[in-house]
Write a protein that binds this ligand. Structure first.
Ligand SMILES: [Zn+2]
Length: 142
């Protein structure tokens, strides 16, 4: 999560909302990272999780990230939760909750929807205060 927080800070320095993500391989070693690049690239899908998943798949050798874990500073949105289900990732770890748009337990729970054929394990609240503080500081500056 500390690496994800570092990634998130990179987003903020480019004017993007500070969200950072890291994908860990089955052995726990980092495969890829990503941070929000919507402002930097003008791409509405350039969320930290999507970028990290794409890079991890390129390194891992395929779209199925079996046994992998994604760590992200903010609760995934519906798009990212959908991408995480599609990637067949084993575990999703997030820091701060997103009461307005979260799709991993707050507003929706796409990741644990029993109607879907793949449901990753979800761990939340890891370094929650630090993750939330980074977002609060960003929006206070604006
Ligand atoms: Zn997202």
């Amino acid at each position: 999560m500390r690496q994800a927080l570092y990634e998130a800070a990179q987003a903020a320095s480019a004017g993007d909302v500070p969200v950072g993500a890291v994908v860990l391989g089955p052995d726990g070693a980092p495969l890829a990272t990503g941070h929000n690049e919507r402002e930097a690239t003008g791409d509405p899908t350039a969320h930290a999780e999507v970028l990290a998943l794409r890079r991890a798949a390129a390194v891992f050798g395929g779209w199925r990230l079996t046994g992998c874990t994604l760590v992200v500073t903010l609760e995934p949105c519906t798009m990212c939760a959908g991408a995480l289900v599609q990637s067949r990732i084993r575990r999703v770890v997030y820091g701060a909750r997103d009461e307005k748009a979260g799709a991993a337990g707050s507003l929706w729970d796409v990741l644990r929807d029993r109607r879907l054929n793949h449901r990753p394990e979800v761990v939340h609240g890891v370094l929650e205060d630090a993750c939330a503080a980074q977002l609060t500081a960003f929006f206070r500056e604006r």
